[in-house]
Ligand binder design. Structure first.
Ligand SMILES: C[S@@+](CC[C@H](N)C(=O)[O-])C[C@H]1O[C@@H](n2cnc3c(N)ncnc32)[C@H](O)[C@@H]1O
Length: 372
């Protein structure tokens, strides 16, 4: 249960949300609600002070679980740099900073000289945490190569990385009544409630196309992510010669919008418990939706990227030396056991191995990307 301070924090965010709802005439889109819950300055889940990642937070991501994750990604990066890609990394949404530290450390161990490591992190609070953590973890020389950006660079050459970034983008919610409608969030005087938001817009048209043959049952509710097109367009516009690796949980479209997945993929995380109600505890819980990898790939191709492939996290990590990393060091027996457990969580089908996928793509270069 949240403590009184957290409840007061959430109440301040609810006040802001209710203001927006009133200004909008009674309802805002779920997209705008999720944007406020996660990113409202000083109040949103990612924009305010609480610890999110790891044991004391709300959920554990792969970099928090094991240093082997970032090191394996660094093995892949090293192979791209060996093929002539400029040794620069741009990381989206760097979380606690742990992934950056693992990648930079492993590249150094491989003798690879990184020119710079750029981080694009929309949350000022997380930026500050990343700076503190990385300053502690890295040598002064390595730390000096990291630069926090507040917008995409121009003419980027190098490798773009992002773990669990696409799932943190606000989505629109749609439901099939007689017709498809978009749901939004209103306020009934006491609590936040679901309300009809729109009947004919980009979100409903997207799902109507998916449901062309009327295969989805009545009351089917799911999400539509309209960020992929603008996001891929701006990334493509910023890249000259670049490879991109994004890791996230998601499905191809046939599974995403499967008739049986009738309540969508929206999930909330509060203190390591997952539940499906995004309208409670605004600002205190993470809200995420799975990635529609077909829609994402389509947006990427339209923006000018060539797709190298989509594979499972297990396949990708195992092809890029995960097991060798686990065995190749001077480890104590306890460390060996810990690493073995971490490898299981990262790769087993019932854990993160198949739920998480890796998509690889590139623009302006023709590189072999191992693992696809
Ligand atoms: C679920 S966390 C993952 C953090 C970290 N990558 C990890 O794996 O531990 C999502 C991160 O993405 C960031 N984020 C959300 N939208 C973003 C965007 N459009 N561009 C860059 N980062 C974004 C959030 O602020 C947060 O740092």
């Amino acid at each position: 249960m949240p403590n009184p301070e957290q409840i007061a924090h959430s109440a301040r965010l609810v006040e802001l949300i209710v203001d927006r709802i009133e200004q909008a005439g009674g309802v805002i889109s779920f997209h705008d609600y999720m944007q406020l819950c996660l990113y409202a300055p000083g109040l949103g889940y990612y924009a305010a002070g609480a610890s999110k990642f790891g044991a004391e937070g709300d959920f554990i991501t792969a970099p928090e679980l094991s240093p082997l994750f970032g090191r394996t990604l660094a093995n892949h990066a090293d192979q791209l740099f060996a093929q002539g890609l400029e040794p620069v990394i741009l990381e989206f949404g760097a979380g606690s900073g742990k992934f950056s530290a693992d990648v930079i450390g492993r590249l150094k161990a491989l003798g690879r000289d990184l020119h710079s490591y750029l981080i694009l992190e929309p949350s000022p609070d997380l930026q500050q945490r990343q700076q503190q953590y990385l300053q502690q973890q890295l040598s002064g020389e390595d730390f000096a190569r990291i630069e926090w950006l507040d917008q995409l660079p121009q003419g980027f050459n190098g490798l773009v990385l992002g773990n669990e970034v696409l799932d943190a983008m606000p989505v629109n919610v749609v439901i099939k009544h007689q017709d498809w409608i978009e749901l939004g969030v209103g306020f009934d005087g006491q609590r936040l409630v679901w309300r009809e938001f729109a009947r004919d817009n980009a979100a409903t048209r997207f799902i109507q196309q998916i449901d062309e043959d009327d295969a989805l049952p009545a009351d089917y509710c799911s999400e539509v992510n309209l960020n992929y097109v603008p996001w891929c367009n701006s990334l493509a516009a910023s890249c000259e010669q670049a490879a991109v690796l994004l890791i996230d949980y998601g499905y191809e479209q046939a599974q995403y919008y499967h008739p049986q997945r009738s309540s969508g993929t929206l999930m909330c995380f509060y203190q390591h418990r997952a539940h499906p109600d995004p309208l409670i505890y605004p600002g205190l819980q993470d809200i995420t939706a799975f990635v529609d990898f077909d829609a994402f790939a389509e947006a990427a191709i339209a923006a000018g990227f060539a797709i190298n492939g989509l594979t499972t996290q297990a396949e990708f990590l195992l092809s890029n030396g995960l097991l060798e990393l686990m065995q190749g060091e001077n480890l104590t027996e306890i460390e060996q056991m810990e690493y073995a457990q971490q490898v299981k969580t990262l790769t087993l089908p019932g854990e993160m191995g198949e739920k998480f996928k890796v998509i690889g793509m590139q623009v302006g270069v023709e590189l072999e990307m191992v693992g696809f």
